[in-house]
Design a protein. Structure first.
Length: 331
């Protein structure tokens, strides 16, 4: 009788192990979307699914890879940054005037949000945390998640820096997010500067505006350098007419820019570095041609042996000598 009882106990224990929740590491390695649904506090350790960001699509969307190589697209839960691939509707952003200037300002804000996301996330190992009050996937099949990088909530940081609004949906963090958005809007940080001055610069929060990186960051969202023209489709065969494929940059600051060591990169990581001593006067333009030639004050040459810029769309990224993103322009 004693042997029978012992067998029953062992059977019950074994059954409990079989039906228990799989370990998180197993889920992550299999590329599944299962995982924790509890939202960690700012003080608690982050427990979630570890992935690597392979590409930032825009301020609130990214492609990620699991350890086994499987891939997903993640949409940040609860936040919405201005669009970069389509026109924005100012009525979605409380207080922003529904004018052409308001639309243009939000476009610059979207580029600034994308540049911020690239700086914080691209190539980084992050943690995805899911919310039991929200759907696991959105309308387009993308994962909906809180993203934590170095223990900090990136979703919340976007709101605090004024790069996003709260997205109207159901999720656990909504009340806290709405308070943070209201604070950023009151301070006119980031996109919320569009409320009062639709030509105003998109800048980081006051806590970071004094840093050299911020001074030269977020152009096309209010920084000193903008892309004034992209001529990606050269006459005839692009590869046979490389110098008719070019970018034009303009200095919109009131001071000379020293571009020494700055880089221009496309989506495929082709890279050009501005030579030492390259400067750009206020309101002056500089053309970067894909082919070869002799550099002048107004034109420099990439020296590539084939076309760089895709005719059906690409991304122009400029980084300063310290590696901070200065311009991110999609077309």
């Amino acid at each position: 009788m004693r042997r029978v009882s012992l067998a029953v106990i062992l059977l019950v224990v074994s059954a409990g192990c079989i039906t228990g929740t799989p370990a998180l590491d197993d889920e992550a390695s299999n590329g599944t979307t299962a995982g924790p649904t509890a939202v960690p506090s700012e003080e608690s350790p982050v427990d979630g699914v570890r992935v690597t960001v392979t590409e930032v699509v825009d301020g609130d969307t990214m492609h990620v890879a699991y350890a086994n190589g499987s891939r997903e697209t993640v949409r940040l839960l609860g936040v919405d940054t201005p669009e970069t691939f389509s026109e924005n509707d100012p009525s979605d952003f409380e207080g922003v005037p529904e004018t052409e200037a308001g639309v243009a300002c939000l476009g610059r804000a979207g580029e600034a949000a994308s540049a911020y996301a690239v700086d914080r996330l691209e190539g980084e190992s992050i943690t995805l945390v899911f919310d039991e009050e929200s759907d696991r996937r959105g309308y387009y099949g993308r994962l909906l998640a809180y993203v934590y990088v170095d223990g900090a909530s990136f979703n919340h940081d976007l709101l605090r820096e004024g790069h996003a609004r709260v997205y109207p949906s159901t999720f656990t963090e909504r009340e806290r997010y709405e308070r943070t958005e209201a604070e950023a809007r009151e301070a006119r940080r980031g996109l919320w500067s569009c409320i009062d001055d639709t030509s105003a610069a998109m800048t980081d929060s006051p806590a970071t505006t004094d840093s050299p990186a911020t001074e030269t960051a977020m152009a096309d969202g209010g920084g000193p350098l903008v892309v004034s023209e992209i001529h990606e489709d050269a006459a005839g065969n692009d590869n046979e007419n490389l110098n008719d494929e070019y970018l034009v940059f303009r200095n919109v600051a009131d001071r000379e820019l020293d571009l020494s060591g700055w880089t221009v990169v496309d989506a495929a990581d082709h890279e050009y570095t501005f030579p030492e001593g390259t400067t750009l006067a206020p309101d002056a333009e500089l053309t970067v041609r894909t082919g070869s030639g002799t550099d002048t004050d107004s034109t420099v040459f990439w020296g590539a042996d084939r076309a760089i810029w895709n005719n059906d769309g690409d991304v122009v990224v400029v980084r300063d000598a310290s590696g901070s993103t200065v311009v991110r322009r999609s077309y």
